[in-house]
Ligand binder design. Structure first.
Ligand SMILES: *Cc1c(COP(=O)(O)O)cnc(C)c1O
Length: 814
């Protein structure tokens, strides 16, 4: 994309304030943290409920960004850059994308529906790329922001577009339609996702169909409910399995791991084999096949290409590597757009100074190779990549464009030189197209783990954080509790993500938790809730901030701080208002005040208390009394000491139940990890941790035979038993066994039979189609940690934090 500012100003109806309107813009950004922002970037300061792009302008100007689309010019930066002032920056971005789209005139496929959008898009890309230069939405960029950014990736060489549109509430689709303006529509499966955003299912369908108002053809599964809403003027190309009046009639038959379709189209019937069995994949594949039929491909080509469909991996996974490396695994795609996203992710997740990129040839950029690899090289320089390892014939030819690089023709050559590459203490992004088989590189680099892992969905963490932020007044600060290894979900990785989201404070229980975060490079201030006297020197050395809760503790801390001649060292004061765990009581206040009055060694950053019953409205009166006492005692402290520290009392359930007591900050804990004790609220949270394992062995036992220690399960009939390598030493309670608990295999519950062993458990899979090596879900969406906790008469906190450290954590982002 290349446009001059002068050209852009009237398009977004901006009021221009600046010096240089002939400046050339070649990139659009909304992410202040991206290292890709440069002097030719036009930055749109978008304001969401949780974040205001305007507050980063100053920092961006320092980094060399010169052009901004804003709603107002913050005082500090006035005169320092070019400003395009508009009423609404998001709308301006959308307007610009819509204009940009109008410069191109080639077929564009627009996909919407509840499920399958991204898979259909990726598969179509695979099926059609031999014949077209395709631009598609990267990852699942399908939102009000993601769609315009995707469209802005189009260039002159593209001749087919594939974009997905996702909406979560009413009146969103019209805007996306104006930007994508698809000529070919695909309506994928309509399910229950985002139902809460729509008044009814009918309204949801009508809203989705708005994407197709000007298509030449709409491809869909013929279905009475949906057809009733489709505008009669729109030409459809439909398929169906039980209605022969559809344009394409399809019957399906499962054979082992495959599905065989008999496709009848224009009096012709022919078979298509798809390497999938499950209903969702089959439907997605059929939608893709419909596009191929519509494009006039012959049966042979359709057959050959459809037989090669593959499982789509859309996630960027973070894994522990050998020699203290961290690996970001994106070994399934390599196009310019997704490289940009992966490099941003690398920057967010990097855990070492050194950043390495392993990159394959790049396909489908729409550019010639000379231009493409120049641009890739620019991108790599702006992202401060320490070394580049290129793998592929083409990238090898352009080696000279990259500084500190080595190249190999293929993965085999790379493997031969593996030892000489000395991977150590670095974060490695592995990014390659499917054909290059970079999964082999990942497996060389990956630390060998056993088969049980706790998968942590970082998108869900962000989602939950934003959900709770949206409940707060804009001024309220946020401390996030990452004690006990982020409630079992991962210490550093979660903290890093929170830092990225600019939370104000982190909270840990003990000094060593804080020290390990600081050592790993976390810079957000960290409060230590239970600093033992022996740890005070370490706390000071690592710039942690102790919570002081007793006169004795205060005196001990002051003594050390004075010895070290500290000035204004940040501390936090905890008041006991009824929890009776830690804290100063009313009677201590006078002495506390007399010690702290005019003291310059420490600075009181915050005054806090903790509620005992914020989760249970049955104790509302008690909770109110705690808040009232906090108000009284903290006010006394503040006025006697003439200070204005941050005040905070609410934990997760407090945020929901006592919004009036937000004070200046709240302390979010369990909610971040996707768990609420309120059923209604739970619906709005996303599941963060999924504990997964695999089936080690399957056997069939006869009636009367037993399973496990103590013969606590006796088969009443012939029973198929699967053994799973996870046990009580991993944190699965023994009481979850013996017929009470279950795991999920191939979407079906499998009851745990007999006693759970130290490292293994056995389940009944008599009615489940499964084999050895199949994946097993121990908890996640189902069964949820909440459910397990209820059944075991405990709380979800105990289940989550009980998962042993021997279970590897794997982090991913979609
Ligand atoms: C753990 C903790 C929190 C967070 O509690 P959640 O219920 O997980 O939100 C807040 N404040 C203090 C003092 C805590 O110990």
């Amino acid at each position: 994309m290349t446009q001059t500012l002068r050209n852009i100003i009237p398009i977004i109806k901006a009021n221009w304030i600046g010096q240089n309107d002939v400046a050339v813009i070649d990139a659009i950004s909304i992410d202040s943290r991206s290292l890709q922002n440069g002097e030719n970037t036009l930055f749109f300061a978008i304001s969401g409920p949780n974040n205001d792009g305007h507050s980063y302008i100053e920092e961006l100007i320092e980094k060399g960004v010169k052009h901004f689309v804003v709603t107002h010019i913050p005082e500090k930066v006035s005169g320092k850059a070019n400003f395009l002032v508009v009423e609404n920056t998001l709308e301006a971005l959308q307007k610009f994308a819509s204009y940009y789209r109008s410069l191109f005139d080639f077929p564009i496929i627009g996909i919407t529906g509840s499920n399958g959008k991204t898979i259909i898009k990726e598969w179509l890309n695979f099926l059609l790329s031999p014949d077209y230069n395709i631009i598609r939405s990267p990852k699942s960029y399908n939102s009000q922001v993601g769609v315009p950014l995707s469209i802005l990736g189009i260039n002159e060489k593209h001749n087919l577009g594939i974009f997905e549109a996702g909406i979560s509430t009413m009146n969103e689709m019209e805007k996306l339609q104006k930007i994508i303006r698809p000529t070919i529509g695909i309506l994928s499966n309509i399910g229950s996702a985002h139902d809460e955003g729509f008044p009814s299912v009918a309204e949801k369908i009508k809203e989705k169909l708005k994407l197709f108002t000007s298509v030449n053809v709409l491809i869909l599964n013929k279905n009475k409910t949906i057809n009733a809403f489709v505008n009669q003027k729109i030409k459809t190309f439909s398929w169906c399995s039980d209605d022969k009046s559809a344009d394409v009639y399809i019957t399906k038959k499962n054979t082992g791991d495959l599905t065989e379709l008999q496709v009848t189209y224009k009096e012709d019937t022919f078979p298509i084999v798809i390497p999938f069995q499950d209903q969702a994949s089959v439907e997605n594949a059929i939608h893709c096949m419909m596009v191929m039929l519509y494009f006039g491909y012959n049966h042979k080509v359709i057959q050959t290409r459809m037989a090669q469909l593959y499982p789509v991996e859309m996630r960027l996974k973070v894994k522990n590597g050998i020699y203290n490396c961290t690996i970001i695994d994106d070994s399934y795609s390599s196009d310019f757009q997704s490289l940009k996203i992966a490099l941003d992710f690398l920057e967010h997740q990097k855990q070492h100074k050194k950043k390495t990129l392993i990159l394959s040839d790049i396909f489908q950029s729409g550019l010639n190779n000379e231009e493409l690899y120049s641009q890739v090289s620019q991108l790599i320089i702006s992202n401060k990549i320490s070394r580049v390892i290129g793998i592929g014939e083409t990238i090898s030819q352009y080696k000279s464009k990259f500084i500190n690089s080595v190249t190999f023709k293929n993965v085999v050559e790379f493997a031969q030189s593996f030892d000489r590459l000395n991977f150590e203490n670095e974060t490695i992004l592995v990014k390659g197209a499917r054909d290059f088989h970079f999964e082999e590189i990942v497996s060389m680099l990956e630390e060998k783990t056993h088969e049980t892992v706790l998968e942590i969905n970082l998108n869900a963490v962000s989602h939950n954080l934003n959900f709770f932020k949206s409940k707060l007044a804009p001024k309220t600060k946020m401390m996030v509790m990452v004690k006990a290894f982020g409630y079992g979900n991962g210490g550093f990785e979660i903290a890093k993500l929170l830092e990225h989201h600019k939370v104000d404070y982190l909270g840990v229980a003990f000094a060593d938790e804080g020290i390990s975060l600081k050592n790993a490079g976390i810079t957000v201030p960290i409060m230590v809730m239970n600093p033992e006297t022996t740890s005070f020197p370490a706390i000071i050395q690592h710039h942690l901030e102790p919570e002081i809760y007793s006169i004795k503790g205060l005196k001990a801390f002051l003594k050390i701080a004075e010895q070290k001649k500290l000035k204004n060292f940040p501390i936090h004061l905890k008041i006991d208002t009824g929890m009776h765990r830690l804290g100063f009581e009313e009677e201590h206040l006078a002495e506390l005040i007399s010690i702290l009055k005019d003291n310059e060694t420490v600075q009181i950053k915050s005054v806090l208390s903790h509620m005992a019953t914020s989760d249970d409205l049955k104790h509302d009166a008690f909770a109110q009394s705690q808040i009232a006492l906090f108000e009284k005692l903290s006010t006394q402290l503040l006025s006697a000491l003439k200070i204005k520290p941050i005040r905070h009392i609410l934990n997760t359930s407090g945020i929901s139940n006592y919004p009036d007591a937000q004070y200046d900050m709240v302390r979010l804990g369990i909610g971040l990890y996707g768990i609420s004790n309120d059923e209604e609220e739970q619906k709005y949270l996303e599941n963060v941790g999924t504990l997964k394992s695999v089936i080690s062995q399957i056997r069939t036992i006869d009636q009367g035979e037993s399973v496990g220690y103590g013969r606590r399960f006796i088969a009443e009939k012939e029973t198929k038993i699967a053994t799973i390598p996870i046990g009580y030493a991993d944190g699965i309670r023994r009481s979850w066994g013996n017929g009470l608990g279950y795991v999920v295999i191939n979407n079906k519950p499998a009851k745990i039979v007999g006693s759970i062993c130290m490292d293994m458990l056995m389940v009944d899979v008599t009615n489940i189609d499964c084999k050895e090596g199949n994946a097993v879900i121990v908890f996640g969406e189902n069964p949820s940690v909440n459910h397990i906790a209820k059944q075991l008469n405990t709380i979800p906190y105990e289940i989550l934090t009980g998962i042993s450290q021997r279970v590897k954590r794997v982090f991913f982002r979609e």
